[in-house]
Design a protein around this ligand. Structure first.
Ligand code: ADP
Length: 488
């Protein structure tokens, strides 16, 4: 069979540039696809943080000229390989990308020229392919930053014989981010003026880059099956349910995988004692270490240890957690929270910690090693996200025998099965977004913990689940093949 050529067009790729889960996908999925025999290459901006991590670059093109609005930008293209040997192409335009952050600063918000930055990045893909003499069968696009590529392909590139029969797949990692700019910015795109309408890229007078991806790509995916259904409803759609309903036969959800070479308690060198589903004794030692490292009193060893890791935001339901906190801490439990984010939520949690120092610890930092130790040491993981396109921590928790309590939404719904409803349950879910329902699910988990043999069974079932990228990559490969078959 012919080798499929796929170009990942992405504004983030781990470990070089990352603000969220998208960067993990654009790192792990190409690797897994390569193992399935695809020719996968990645194109991304040469941000300052990328340059700091990659020294060995080869110049591909110098002084390349791209017209954006009234400007004629001159750019460089570079080539290197990722640590796993995949070709990685980089757009150098220091005026745009040699900055402290990817999209904006915490103090000043989004960069004002984000439209110019990502129009330029998207438009340069055609000259990149010409320079390489390599034309992909599939352009795989990710979130609003590369959504315009779908429109360029639809209106311009597919008429080029080199792109004939090629397709576009647009993956929505989080529909909350629209790439919304003043309507006057539409002219920067160079796209036909008659698509700046409600049916096209206009969104209440503004210009939505995201809409270009939703409308003009051949196929759409979300990062979990349930999220692909949820975003067709007004509650989750940010005003885009009409388009998404219209395209529902071109919309599918594929659950992200996790890196099982990094998140595996049997091989994890970041945790004090390794363990597996056959022998969970190492997990008890991880708990003892963690409690002592966090300075909890001796008595906490005999109490369930609950944990939460992630951004401190309302999306992640940290406000729901603060609402139930007093009732939760009335129970004989210990709780550790690792996360940074919303300053008001952080302040509230700090205040609660000062009132309950023997039961609650807030660690306001980003620390991957600590995240591993918490996953290994905790008994129960709390993830009350309001919405969750996929979510990774619940899958890490399952792999570490840390039983998750989640709201039944998006990827949480798809990756956790409910002990209260399924004989092969792996965690606990709540179905109404209320403090009572959340507390009730936590209470059910605590009650089952008293029954050690049944609890161990639940832990073992979670640890046995296959969340490898290999599984997800096979689904993407079938989808690529379907898109290309439909193109004839
Ligand atoms: P998001 O919506 O933030 O992408 P995910 O659950 O998909 O949420 O992925 C978040 C990733 O970032 C996970 O790998 C999680 O462990 C990690 N993470 C988030 N906050 C922290 C933190 N404070 N310290 C360490 N790791 C964190």
């Amino acid at each position: 069979m012919k080798t499929l050529k796929i170009l990942f067009c992405t504004s983030e790729v781990s470990p070089y540039s990352k603000t969220g889960g998208m960067a993990d996908v654009t790192d792990a999925l190409p690797k897994a696809l390569q193992q399935l025999g695809c020719d996968v290459r990645i194109f991304t901006p040469l941000y300052r943080c990328v340059r700091d991590r990659l020294q060995d670059l080869t110049l591909l093109a110098e002084g390349l000229s791209i017209a954006v609005g009234i400007h004629d930008y001159h750019l460089q293209l570079w080539e290197t390989r990722t640590t796993s040997g995949l070709p990685l192409y980089l757009l150098e335009k220091d005026e745009f990308f040699d900055r402290s952050h990817l999209y904006g600063t915490p103090s000043h918000g989004d960069y004002e020229d984000n439209a110019e930055r990502f129009v330029t990045f998207s438009r340069v893909i055609h000259p990149l392919c010409s320079r390489l003499g390599w034309y992909p069968d599939l352009l795989h696009l990710h979130d609003w930053q590369t959504a315009l590529v779908a429109a360029y392909h639809y209106f311009q590139w597919r008429h080029d014989p080199n792109f004939r029969g090629s397709g576009t797949l647009f993956t929505i990692h989080n529909l909350a981010f629209h790439g919304l700019f003043p309507g006057s910015h539409f002219s920067l795109t160079g796209l036909p003026m008659d698509i700046f309408t409600l049916e096209g890229m206009e969104f209440w007078g503004n210009c939505s880059f995201l809409k270009a991806g939703l409308i003009y790509s051949d196929f759409l995916t979300t990062v979990s099956p349930t999220y692909s259904k949820e975003i067709q409803q007004p509650r989750f759609s940010y005003g885009l349910e009409g388009i998404l309903q219209r395209r529902q036969d071109r919309l599918a959800g594929i659950l992200n995988g996790i890196d099982t070479s990094v998140w595996n308690p049997a091989m994890d060198t970041l945790i004090p004692q390794r363990y597996d589903s056959q022998d969970l004794s190492g997990k008890a030692r991880c708990k003892a270490h963690l409690l002592s490292d966090l300075g909890f009193p001796e008595e906490s060893r005999h109490k369930p240890l609950l944990a939460s890791i992630g951004r401190l935001t309302t999306q992640k339901g940290i406000d729901l957690l603060t609402t139930v906190m007093e009732s939760l801490l009335d129970l004989p439990v210990t709780l550790v929270i690792l996360g940074t984010g919303d300053t008001e939520l952080e302040r509230q949690l700090q205040q609660m910690e000062s009132l309950h120092p023997r039961q609650l610890r807030l660690l306001s930092l980003f620390d991957e090693s600590l995240a591993h130790r918490i996953e290994a040491g905790a008994d129960i993981f709390l993830m009350p996200s309001r919405y969750e396109p996929c979510g990774l921590n619940q899958m890490y928790s399952l792999q570490y025998g840390t039983v998750p309590v989640v709201y039944a939404t998006g990827g949480l719904e798809d990756s956790v099965s409910d002990v209260m409803q399924d004989t092969d349950g792996t965690g606990f879910k709540f179905y109404e977004y209320t403090p009572e329902a959340f507390l009730e699910a936590i209470r059910s988990a605590l009650a089952l913990m008293q029954d050690t043999p049944r609890w161990t069974e639940v832990q073992r079932r979670g640890m046995a689940r296959d969340f490898s990228w290999n599984r997800s990559a096979r689904e993407y490969l079938s989808l690529y093949e379907r898109i290309l078959a439909e193109k004839g």
